[in-house]
Design a protein around this ligand. Structure first.
Ligand code: PEP
Length: 273
């Protein structure tokens, strides 16, 4: 039974989020603003997703996506068929004895076209390590899901001066070995101390980190490393988005709290345009 189901899902592929050509070029990548709803949202919030999708159409120069709780993906994807809906995590295995977990094929089957992996809340609460995050990213990309891979340092590490070294080590450990043309990998730099706190690094700190990530991506992936969008995440709001988006190598944002309501999220999208 399980095998038959697995076999029937094996052929499922997600539609690509964006082709490399659509994403722009190494000089100016089109910005991606992705919302992370975390454990927020009920079926009564589908109307808010519809409002966000509709308002996003006014900003064709920006790619916009929402990563919603797994249980809402199918309803959201049906409600906004042309708008990218994603998951917030994925299991590395195709199927099997993993109670409570969700595979890439299941996400695609529900209508997702992307997923977040390695969010600091999962690295912390679920003790996910770099090797697991890499396996998740590879499984998702192999199935046709685009991936937002999160990295970021704690406050303690930043204060000790080890932020760049720590983030590059996370990247080295969790970056997929290979990218596919039809799916996208984006990297989100999210300092743990900036998530949900209202604290934001200085633009110089963001610039330094994003430049270091860009260099490491090019070192690891060659010219493809120039096409990987590097998102900033951590207390992005309508009031600080324009300043953050003006920083070199900031190719968009991963937004938590401010993505829950259209009135908070769309000003960030507007700033990206
Ligand atoms: C996040 O958790 O990915 C995030 C960036 O959260 P917030 O925008 O609420 O800081």
């Amino acid at each position: 039974m399980v095998d038959a189901l697995g076999a029937s899902l094996a052929g499922i592929k997600a539609a690509p989020l964006l082709t490399p050509q659509d994403r722009g070029n190494s000089v100016a990548l089109k910005k991606l603003v992705a919302g992370n709803w975390k454990m927020n949202g009920l079926s009564s919030d589908i109307a808010e997703i519809q409002a966000i999708a509709a308002a996003s159409r006014d900003f064709p120069g920006v790619d916009v996506a929402l990563c919603v709780p797994a249980i809402l993906i199918e309803r959201a994807a049906r409600a906004v068929p042309a708008f990218p809906i994603g998951g917030q995590d994925v299991h590395h295995a195709e199927k099997g004895a993993h109670t409570g977990c969700i595979s890439a094929q299941m996400l695609i089957d529900a209508g997702a076209v992307l997923t977040i992996v390695g969010h600091s809340e999962r690295r912390d609460a679920q003790r996910e390590n770099d090797a697991e995050v890499r396996a998740k990213a590879e499984a998702a990309l192999a199935c046709g899901l685009s991936v937002i891979l999160c990295v970021g340092e704690s406050l303690e590490i930043r204060e000790k001066g080890g932020a760049i070294q720590t983030v590059l080590a996370q990247l080295d450990g969790s970056l997929p070995g290979q990218l596919a043309a039809e799916t996208e990998l984006a990297v989100a730099y999210e300092p743990v101390w900036a998530i949900g706190t209202g604290k934001v690094p200085t633009t110089d700190e963001i610039a330094q980190m994003h430049a270091a990530i860009r260099d490491r991506l090019v070192e690891r992936l060659g010219p493809q490393g120039k096409e990987v969008r590097i998102l900033y995440g951590g207390s992005v709001k309508g009031s600080n988005a324009a300043e953050i988006f003006a920083v070199p190598n900031v190719d968009g944002a991963l937004v938590g709290g401010a993505s829950l309501k259209m009135a908070d999220f769309i000003p960030i999208v507007a700033a990206a345009q």
